[in-house]
Design a protein around this ligand. Structure first.
Ligand SMILES: [Zn+2]
Length: 122
């Protein structure tokens, strides 16, 4: 399987935001959550302080998007999900082969990115 890089995560998310000529680009919310809160990235499932996770929104395709309908997800603010899926192995998976676990986590990341893209295009 091809490794998924940070650029690919970014490109997938940006591509899904431009299904239509008039659609807005993927946007990160300007406000972030409190650093005291613990928040999970919904793409790579790594846990961060709230200020390291951003709400990314994309305008939906077609009429829904023209009416201002958006889809959002909480993602690592630096979009470093692909690297984290391989390197930040949760404690309950650490007795397994790290390469195998990393590949599974990258495959799951790829599925979640595809689900987000589907939600935007739906
Ligand atoms: Zn992430």
């Amino acid at each position: 399987m091809d490794p998924m890089t940070e650029q690919q995560v970014r490109r997938s998310l940006v591509d899904c935001a431009k299904g239509e000529a008039d659609s807005a680009a993927l946007r990160a919310a300007e406000s972030r959550m409190s650093a005291r809160r613990s928040v999970v990235c919904l793409l790579c499932r790594s846990t961060h302080s709230g200020d390291a996770v951003s709400l990314f929104t994309a305008r939906r395709a077609g009429a829904a998007g023209r009416n201002g309908d958006t889809v959002g997800t909480y993602v690592c603010a630096d979009l470093g999900c692909a690297a984290r899926a391989r390197t930040e192995i949760p404690p309950w998976l650490r007795d397994r082969d790290p390469v195998e676990v990393g590949e599974e986590r990258v495959a799951e990341l790829r599925e979640r990115v595809a689900e987000f893209v589907d939600a935007v295009r739906r």
